[in-house]
Structures are given as C-alpha cells and as structure tokens.
Design a protein around this ligand. Structure first.
Ligand code: FFO
Ligand code: GTP
Ligand code: MG
Length: 476
C-alpha cells in the first residue's frame, strides 16, 4: 500500500454551490492513465484542451477544459490534472464520481486498475503536498489559507506577501545568522584545544546582540501580521448605564445593541467585528456590572457572562459615566470593578479607562486622549471617538501601515519567535557569565534554531502539520 501522502487524490477545487465554472482537481502519480477515459485523448503538458469530459459510457457529462501539469511542475509537485467544467453542483459531483470510477476500472492492456487507490482529498491536502514536495514552506502554506480567509483588504494583501515568501525570507535571514553563530560555537566544542577565548575573539557576543535585535524586529512585524489576521478581542465593561452599548454602536457605526436609560438593559453579550484603518477588531458589549438588590436572574446570568468575556479579552475598555464622577457610591462601585479586573486579567492585558457622556458633564475635561487617565469622549456626539480608535490601535500594538515589510502571520509564529528570543537571551546570559559553559551555549543556540525551524516547517512534528492543514477547506 502507498503511504497516505502518495495516494492519488481528487476533489472539487471550487466553492460549493453554483458558479460560472467549477474545477475538479486530481493530484498524484500516474494520472496520465486517466487522460483517455476522461477526455478521449492524450493531453499536452500545460495546455488548455477544450472538449468533452466523458462519462463511463463515453458520452459527454459536460464540455470543458482539461489541464495537465506533469510532475514536478505543478501546484503540488505531483502530476496534477484539472477538469474545468460548468459550475453546477450536480455536474461537478458526477465528474468527481467519474474520476473515481475511471481510476478503478481495469486498464484494457494490463487488466489492472488504471490508477489504484484514487480517493477523495482531505481538507488542505493539495497544499500539504505542495509543502511536502518543497513547493511551499509551512509559513507560505498557512498564507494560502489566510489569503482565502482574509476578511479585509489589508489582510488579503499581507497574506499575498507571505505567500510570495516575504515572511519566510525574513525567517531564513535570521536562520542564516544563527547558523553562522552555531558553527562558531560547535567548531570550538569540536576542537578541545580551542576555548572560550576563541569565542570571545570572534565576537560571538556582538553577533548574538545583533541577532537578538533582528529577532525583535521580525517579532514586532510578525505581531502586526498576526493582528491583521486574527483581530483582537476588545471587551467593553463597566457599570450599568455607563454607555457601553452606546459606545459599541458608535464604534460600529450602527445601532447594534439596545440603548435605553434603564440600568441593566444589556443582558446578552453583543459582539461585532469592526475595522480601524483596515485592522480588524472584535468589539464585545457586555451587561453592566453590579451586585445586590434589584438584580434579577437574567441580569445575574448576563453579568456572569460579562466576566467570562472579560477574562478572555485581549484588551478591556472600562467605561465610566462622567456625570456621576462626584457620586461617592458610584466611585466605590467603580473601584470594586477595577480591583476585580486586576485580579482576573493577565498582567499584559491593557485596561483603557473610557470617560463617557462628556457632553452632559459640565465640568468634564476636554474630549480626547489623556494618557494614563484614559480617554474622555461622548458616545452620543462622537467627540473623542477618534482618539479612542487611535488609542486602541496603539494598544493592540499596531505601528501604522509601513509600506514595505507587512506580511501576514499567526500567533503560532509569534510564539515560535518568542521561544527563539528566550533561548537567545539564555545564550547571551551564559556568554556573559564569568565562566561560560560552551555546551550550554551551544544547546541554547540549537533550541533557538529548532524553534525558528518550526515556522517554515524545516523542523517540526507531524501533529503540527495535521493541526495546520485540517483547517483548510476541502480541495485546497
Ligand atoms: N486552475 C488553477 N488555478 C489556480 C491554482 C490551481 O491549482 N489551479 N492555484 C492553486 O492554488 C493557484 C495558483 N498556484 C499555482 C502554483 C504553481 C503552479 C505550477 O504549475 N507550478 C509549476 C510551474 C511554475 C512555472 O511555470 O514557472 C512549478 O512550480 O514547477 C500552478 C498553480 C491559484 N490559481
Ligand atoms: N448625554 C449622553 N448620554 C449618553 C451617552 N452615552 C450613552 N448615553 C445614554 O446613557 C443611557 C445608557 O446608555 P447605554 O448605552 O444603554 O448604557 P449601557 O452601559 O450599555 O447600560 P447597560 O446595558 O444597562 O449596562 C442611555 O440613555 C444613553 O442614551 C453620551 O455620550 N452622552
Ligand atoms: Mg448596554
């Protein structure tokens, strides 16, 4: 039996449903055996042939184009055969079934199946093969999925850059520098007469410092890339009636959540995807936080949900009602919420204080960003909203759209680079210690190298591949 990665596969490559054109795509070895039964002729490489796409009885199921990409010059690096038919779901299903059937039929000359083992492709399997055959590295393969899933123009453009290799090249450049450093250390280890003085003379410390700086640069851009793809979750929290739902509506530019003067209006969580300058954000409105008398069961459940969402937030907007800032009971309740926020949030989750209803508070500070004190605004008039948007962009780490160097990335890549950084820092600490142990230095550099390799797939585990490719759509 062929290993799974060598079995020939087939799938409908186009989106389900009706369309002008639909494609059935096959990949594997020995697909030439299917040319005749499916198209009635031999196909020339990389040439569009128009003609009947044939059923079992030789009659045309459709008239379309056949494209033949013999290995290794194809998307997957294997033989690829594409049948471009009209885009009806039934036609494409018939064509798909016909491919499976034609493969199983005995070849008149040999009496054996024309193409043994042809089966339906798993999600992402074509792209997985492109990766396994060296057509794409892992970061590029992920960019294929990100390009398909992109929901904003900025996300699509940056995914196209990653697919083109921009991110992979940045990682390769780090790898080259790291390999250079490793060679130096390993060589010294291999020749016992050499010692740490040799390492110092070669300025390993200087190289390491420079490498760390470049890792930090790539890490910063990679964070932005991940941000573009995934979007941060920003939770709006605060006491009832502070104007949380009004703020959601103002940020979204639509009346999504119900707004009333009644405290305790919002009970369910309301979530909306928005964009600020092309950066996607998920804004989440929650029930007002309060305790004690007058809180019915529905509201209590709403408040529990609010805390759940707060705990999973990437950032929190803590909304306060400026018209009540001289009200001692209101301030006490705000302080209690602040204390609990501090307890449930991880240290690096930012909380931005939002002082709302500036229009109705006569002694309110000017609308806008007041740094550590927060942002003063009016959800009703929109004053100060732009300052909040800019503050949000900065808070989520967006450094503005630099024309070059923007590529898509994932949290997985950010984490890998953080591991690289941690190992390099450990290596640096070892090198700076009074009596550096070369073995430990070498080991940290090796671990940094491995972590870097997981990004492009030069070093990785099978379960990582399964995890990545299973999230693709079928036929991709
Ligand atoms: N019809 C069709 N359109 C498609 C795809 C496809 O598979 N089929 N693609 C699938 O996602 C994308 C294009 N990706 C492709 C990547 C490489 C090759 C290819 O034939 N590569 C050869 C030759 C390159 C060359 O001519 O320079 C090779 O790498 O050797 C084809 C498509 C988007 N459009
Ligand atoms: N003057 C003024 N009123 C506002 C502003 N923002 C909200 N309000 C009013 O404040 C009241 C409460 O607003 P909501 O947005 O429902 O408040 P909330 O925080 O979602 O309240 P709950 O859902 O009950 O927790 C409504 O009457 C709003 O019209 C503002 O910027 N200025
Ligand atoms: Mg509300």
């Amino acid at each position: 039996m062929l290993p799974r990665h060598h079995e020939p596969i087939v799938a409908i490559a186009t989106a389900p449903g009706r369309g002008a054109v639909g494609i059935v795509r096959l990949s594997g070895q020995g697909l030439a055996a299917l040319h005749e039964p499916l198209t009635g002729r031999a196909l020339q490489p990389r040439h569009a042939h128009y003609g009947p796409l044939r059923g079992a009885d030789g009659a045309a199921l459709d008239h379309g184009l056949a494209l033949w990409f013999p290995a290794p010059h194809s998307y997957t690096g294997e033989d690829v055969l594409e049948l471009h038919a009209h885009g009806g779901p039934v036609v494409l299903q018939l064509l798909l079934q016909r491919c499976l059937q034609a493969a199983a039929e005995p070849d008149p000359r040999t009496g054996r199946a024309r193409l043994a083992g042809l089966r339906l492709a798993q999600p992402g399997e074509f792209t997985e093969r492109a990766f396994l055959n060296g057509k794409l590295d892992l970061a590029q393969a992920e960019a294929v999925a990100d390009l398909i899933d992109a929901s904003t123009e900025a996300a699509a453009r940056s995914a196209a850059r990653s697919l083109g290799g921009a991110f992979s090249q940045a990682v390769q450049a780090l790898r080259d520098d790291l390999v250079h450093l490793r060679m130096l250390v390993e060589a010294t280890l291999d020749f016992p007469e050499e010692d740490i003085d040799f390492i110092h003379q070669a300025d390993a410390a200087g190289q390491l410092t420079a490498l760390l700086r470049r890792v930090d640069e790539v890490l910063a851009r990679t964070r932005q890339g991940a941000l573009l793809r995934e979007g941060m979750h920003v939770v709006i929290a605060g006491q009832p009636n502070a104007g949380k739902s009004s703020l959601l509506n103002a940020l979204a530019g639509a009346e999504l959540a119900i707004v009333t003067p009644i405290a305790g209006t919002t009970r369910d969580v309301v979530q909306q995807a928005i964009q600020i300058e092309g950066v996607p954000l998920h804004v989440i409105d929650t029930a007002g936080l309060r305790e004690g008398e007058g809180v019915d069961e529905v509201e209590r459940i709403g408040i529990a949900r609010a805390w759940q969402r707060i705990e999973g937030a990437d950032a929190v907007l803590f909304v306060h009602d400026l018209t009540r800032r001289h009200d001692a009971a209101y301030q006490t309740a705000d302080a209690a919420i602040a204390a609990r926020l501090q307890k449930v949030l991880a240290a690096n989750v930012p909380v931005i204080d939002v002082w709302n209803k500036a229009d109705a508070a006569p002694d309110a500070p000017a609308c806008g960003d007041h740094g550590d004190h927060g942002v003063v605004l009016s959800a009703s008039t929109g004053a100060g909203l732009d300052a909040l948007r800019q503050r949000l962009l900065r808070t989520v780490g967006w450094q503005g759209q630099t024309a070059e160097g923007l590529y898509s990335a994932r949290q997985r890549h950010v984490q890998a680079l953080q591991r690289v950084r941690a190992h390099l820092l450990a290596a640096q600490a070892e090198l700076d210690s009074p009596a550096p142990a070369l073995e430990l230095l070498a080991e940290e550099l090796r671990l940094a190298h491995d972590a870097l390799g997981t990004i492009t797939g030069a070093f990785g585990a099978d379960d990582l591949l399964g995890e990545i490719f299973s999230r693709f759509c079928i036929g991709k």
